[in-house]
Design a protein around this ligand. Structure first.
Ligand code: ASP
Length: 328
């Protein structure tokens, strides 16, 4: 039997109602053997409770703690499952994808929309599916397993609040499905185990400013208290916005800050060559984020800010597929 480390971080899966109101995350280490004993028939399981939080409270040091644990335990287990809240699961999956390159073993994130102790919970099946996926011999990605579907972590986003199929991979088909049989889709090239050197990148520079535009936005009110190391503009459609005013003056004045254009539309690719609006942004030195998810873009930018020597290298790498995060 394969050996798995289950790293618990909180989220609805582990939550119980508090008397004063609202769900709070609980420790899982000692209860899973009683509530979901089936997982012990699938693998030799060790539990590690890193923290128990609502994942909307996750910060960079929590993510670094998860990454550091995976780095330290990498050689001790065949695979890893992380229980995590759904709110930021796609962010953590994306972060880990850039931090733990060519990890060579499956890292599967899962959680639930209804807590473990509640009737009709999805926690048990999600956990069983995640443990099963982490034991598959020819699969070694960082993935989200949810609602019996395997998604590449760095391509995933949470898209439903109230339904069991909480995740989606807008610009890439899911990797597979855990139905009566486990079925992998046409992504065989991603499934193969690659023998590439493992590398750990623990640093994340989160000094990024994200600006979501809307019709009527007043860039004239716009001011930074602290100078960011990168600016992400969440534009319309193919990457368009009315690049006038104060913001442009700021971008021109601070030429050293990389400016990346993301789109408010989830499906498709940013294209700064299509409209004059995009061409103007491009002439200011901005670059499009391709068809990356917002979660992937945020952590790719943090990662590149920490490990690239200059703005040119950051912008070049934004458009390059580093860990399967975009098509190019
Ligand atoms: N707020 C919860 C969390 O992200 C939501 C969930 O787990 O579904 O921790």
């Amino acid at each position: 039997m394969k050996s798995l480390l289950l790293i618990h971080t909180g989220g609805t899966l582990s939550m119980e109602a508090k008397k004063s109101g609202g769900l709070v995350a609980k420790e899982l280490t000692n209860i899973l053997d009683h509530i979901v004993p089936e997982i012990n028939n699938i693998a030799n399981i060790t539990h590690k409770q890193l923290f128990q939080i609502d994942s909307s409270h996750i910060n960079i040091s929590h993510i670094q703690k998860i990454a550091q644990t995976l780095f330290e335990e990498r050689l001790n287990y065949d695979g890893f499952v992380i229980t995590h809240g759904t709110d930021t699961m796609a962010y953590t999956a994306s972060a880990l994808s850039f931090m733990l390159r060519n990890f060579g073993k499956p890292i599967i994130l899962t959680g639930a929309q209804r807590p473990l102790y509640k009737p009709r919970t999805d926690a048990k099946i999600n956990l069983i599916d995640a443990v099963t996926t982490a034991t598959l011999s020819n699969y070694n990605e960082i993935a989200i397993v949810f609602d019996s579907t395997i998604y590449r972590g760095v391509r995933s986003s949470k898209y439903k609040i109230n339904e069991y199929d909480a995740f989606r991979s807008y610009n890439m088909a899911p990797i597979g499905k855990l139905g009566v049989e486990i079925e992998f889709y046409n992504n065989a090239k991603y499934i193969k185990k690659k023998k590439i050197l493992f590398k750990y990148y623990p640093k994340l520079n989160s000094n990024i400013f994200v600006f979501k535009v809307f019709p009527g936005i007043e860039f004239s009110n716009f001011n930074f208290i602290k100078k960011p190391n990168a600016i992400i503009l969440e534009a319309f459609g193919a990457g368009n916005l009315d690049a006038t005013d104060n913001l442009v003056r700021y971008i021109k004045k601070n030429e050293e800050i990389p400016v990346i254009i993301y789109s408010q539309v989830n499906k498709g690719k940013v294209n700064l060559n299509l409209y004059e609006s995009g061409v103007i942004l491009k002439s200011l030195g901005a670059i499009g984020s391709g068809n990356m998810t917002f979660e992937a873009l945020i952590f790719k930018t943090m990662h590149l800010l920490s490990y690239s020597s200059n703005k040119k290298a950051i912008l070049r790498n934004i458009t390059k597929n580093l860990v399967g995060e975009l098509d190019n």
